[in-house]
Design a protein around this ligand. Structure first.
Ligand code: ADP
Length: 506
């Protein structure tokens, strides 16, 4: 393949990842084009890019998933490459294909590779043929096959969607009585979410860790591994806290897992940045899936390897070779701040940012699109900020994270900061006693500490009286109905307290 220079990159995404990609492109002297939905005209990524194009209404299907509108924007803006970020169209082979057909470089693996790996059943078969262990399972998702599999493997079993992602279409079945209903429900959910109702089964491991290997493959057939990450701290089978390297793994296990990831990537003809995900159970590891894109948690790898994975992706797309990575240094931890209410089963939250304070200092990185006055709308992913801390060792990274979370303040949108702060400070986290059951085991019924509510109360009163300072506090919440910030005379802060949360700042 001929080397091609990228001069103008369109980012087919929004939020923190769009901003993060714009920054790396700028460092490389590449011009950037943002796209935005009707809900995002005032968003940070739009202001940050060299050019910005509207692509449709707020609903993702009309804008960030609208292939025709994005291709049209790329053409109009003269973009010669498209970065899909994560989520949205990042793992849609038809998008990668359409981009390449227009003569535009797609930042990601070839469409066929993406198609093969995007199907979890097909990916399991690639792993099996490559000699990589998979969780004991069954391809067939019909009731009879499921009964047979469950009888041999034993309950609990996990029903999964072949096209799955983001924990959707997944059902744990504890006993035979629940099997038929779970199969039907999972198939229905998968059909609705992915337009593909195929399901398959796996043995449900009792207390595994989620460990993944970062991969980079170039156009010349070289694939390298950039260490591993532990992403065991999850809610609803979705990651909340991640760290690199995965702590406490036996060196032999670590090496075997990295070798398995490389074998798999080579067998699939992988190119670009990708992640091989595994479950670790005692001395065994099992392949889960390959995510053929940049992961949300990629910054922890960047901090320990001192690299920029977006720059690597762009270099690979331009035909450059990947180099063997240097030795990793220290440890990095990421906490996801989601617009969700951890006291109410992580129900998504919306609102306007009335007041925001972001942490800083040695070893502290914040990736976010948040700014005072920004609206957190209901249409998109609940991830609104990532706090990433690097330290010489795990304990230093953890201490920096605890301090950073103490500095973080977000008023106006319920979020997970206070929850992750307690996890980071907890004794089981300090011991790195990690498993995907961590939250269930240690924080099953969490509610904010009284002092947080007390802080929220004071903040609501200050906001109502315009005493928090800044334009956002003065005009904040104007479209929120009975918002305290609408004016102290009209609304008592006491009646609107529920709308204001101050999670953080000690
Ligand atoms: P998705 O693509 O929907 O995110 P994954 O297959 O990547 O689904 O799994 C997501 C999470 O679900 C894992 O990190 C793990 O916590 C849990 N999980 C998946 N498969 C199993 C299994 N066989 N046993 C136990 N937990 C599992």
């Amino acid at each position: 393949m001929k080397p091609r220079k990228i001069k103008r990159l369109l980012i087919a995404n929004r939020g923190e990842i769009a901003l993060r990609i714009i920054r790396s492109a700028r460092v490389m002297g590449i011009e950037t084009v943002a796209v935005y939905s009707a809900a995002d005209a005032a968003a940070a990524h739009v202001a940050a890019a060299d050019d910005a194009r509207p692509i449709g209404a707020a609903e993702p299907a009309a804008s960030y998933l609208n292939i025709a509108a994005i291709l049209e924007a790329a053409h109009a803006a003269g973009a010669d490459a498209i970065h899909p970020g994560y989520g949205f169209l990042s793992e849609r082979p038809e998008f990668a294909r359409a981009v390449e057909q227009r003569g535009i470089i797609f930042i990601g693996p070839p469409a066929e590779v993406m198609a093969a790996l995007g199907d979890k059943v097909a990916a399991r078969h690639i792993a099996i043929s490559a000699g990589v262990p998979v969780v004991p399972g069954s391809d067939a998702g019909d009731l009879e096959a499921a009964r047979q599999f469950a009888a041999s493997a034993g309950y609990p079993i996990l029903v999964k969607a072949a096209a799955g992602g983001g924990g959707r279409g997944m059902r744990v079945v504890g006993e035979a009585a629940g099997l038929a209903t779970a199969l039907e429900a999972a198939a229905r959910e998968a059909q609705a979410a992915f337009g593909d109702g195929r399901i398959f089964l796996e043995k449900y491991l009792a207390r595994p860790r989620h460990v993944e290997v970062q991969l980079l493959g170039d156009q010349h057939g070289t694939v390298v591994a950039l260490g591993d990450r532990d992403c065991s701290i999850q809610r609803r089978h979705q990651k909340l806290i991640e760290e690199a390297p995965a702590p406490g793994l036996e060196p032999v296990l670590r090496e075997r897992m990295a070798a398995a990831a490389l074998t798999l990537a080579r067998a699939a003809g992988y190119r670009g940045a990708g992640t091989a995900e595994f479950l670790v159970d005692g001395d065994n590891f099992y392949f889960l899936e390959v995510n053929a894109r940049l992961q949300v948690e990629h910054p922890v790898t960047e901090l320990i390897f001192g690299c920029d994975l977006v720059v690597e992706q762009l270099r690979i797309a331009m035909g450059e070779r990947v180099a063997e990575p240097p030795a990793a240094r220290g440890c990095a931890i990421e906490c996801r701040i989601n617009a969700e209410d951890p006291a109410q089963d992580f129900r998504p939250a919306t609102g306007r940012v009335i007041k925001l304070a972001l942490p800083a200092g040695p070893g502290v990185r914040v990736d976010t699109q948040l700014e005072a006055g920004a609206e957190v709308a209901p249409y998109y992913d609940s991830l609104i900020a990532k706090l990433i801390c690097h330290g010489g060792g795990r304990e230093q990274a953890r201490a920096r994270m605890a301090a950073a979370l103490g500095e973080f303040m977000l008023l106006g949108v319920r979020n997970t900061a206070a929850f992750v702060r307690e996890i980071i400070a907890s004794e089981p986290f300090a011991r790195a006693d990690l498993s995907t059951r961590f939250i269930e085991e240690h924080f099953p019924r969490w509610s904010p500490a009284d002092r947080d509510l007390h802080d929220a109360l004071i903040a609501a009163a200050l906001a109502a009286n315009g005493m928090l300072g800044g334009a956002a506090a003065a005009d904040g919440g104007t479209n929120r109905g009975a918002s305290a910030a609408d004016g102290a005379a009209a609304h008592s802060p006491w009646t609107t307290l529920g709308e204001f949360e101050l999670w953080g700042r000690r």
